[in-house]
Ligand binder design. Structure first.
Ligand SMILES: [Zn+2]
Length: 214
């Protein structure tokens, strides 16, 4: 079956848009109808392509879409309330901060400090942001490039209510090498990764391996 590159892009954006609107991925039937595909076999071919390019992550057994970065179909510690209305779950702290840029919308990110468990939040309005508490940081652990982002990398990109709590967590997890980002650095990272995704021209750079050239 010949893959149409444009269809791959359109299908990917449809998945992202459905996540943004409903918090969940579209069903295979919805993808068939929306993109006028021939059936499940054709959908599967496109989904397998997107998964190979690490645009989505699926259940190994059922093939269900579990994530389309930055969105997660399952609850995570990072909940993003869009325009004060409905919520979506993000795969990691940076993904959560990238969602408002990707959708060009105001949002509030709710999460927790990975060390002490206190609730934290980031209110993002017109590209500006304010955090609770003030000293919020994001810590991440660089992992092997061959790892699976959904299972190996995302769980290690989290909020901490202060640099001190990120350092305390590092001390309790000496097998990990934690790098600490200021909130501004983490927001910039999210904007760079996901700000381009819903643009029809730019999405092909993302899928076709040229992410970051814009
Ligand atoms: Zn804390």
């Amino acid at each position: 079956m010949a893959l149409e590159k444009n269809t791959t892009h359109t299908l990917y954006q449809h998945i992202l848009r459905t996540f943004a609107q409903t918090g969940n991925p579209p069903t295979p039937d919805a993808l068939i109808n929306t993109l006028q595909l021939s059936g499940l076999a054709e959908v599967e071919t496109y989904l397998a392509t997107l998964e190979a390019k690490e645009c989505i992550y699926r259940d190994r057994v059922t093939g269900d879409i579990l994530a389309a970065y930055p969105f997660s179909a399952r609850p995570t510690p990072h909940r993003v309330v869009l325009e004060g209305k409905h919520s979506v779950y993000a795969m990691c702290a940076v993904d959560a901060l990238g969602i408002p840029f990707m959708l060009d919308t105001d949002a509030t990110v709710h999460s927790q400090c990975t060390h002490c468990g206190d609730a934290v939040s980031v209110m993002m309005v017109n590209g500006e942001f304010i955090s609770t508490p003030d000293g919020l940081v994001v810590a991440y652990t660089p992992v092997n490039a061959s790892c699976c982002p959904a299972t190996d990398q995302c769980p290690l990109i989290n909020f901490f209510c202060s640099t001190a709590h990120a350092q305390a967590w590092q001390e309790q997890n000496p097998h990990l090498t934690v790098e600490i980002l200021t909130l501004l650095e983490a927001v910039e990272c999210g904007r760079r990764l996901f700000g381009i995704l819903m643009n029809p021209t730019n999405v092909r750079f993302f899928i076709d391996g040229e992410q970051g050239k814009n």
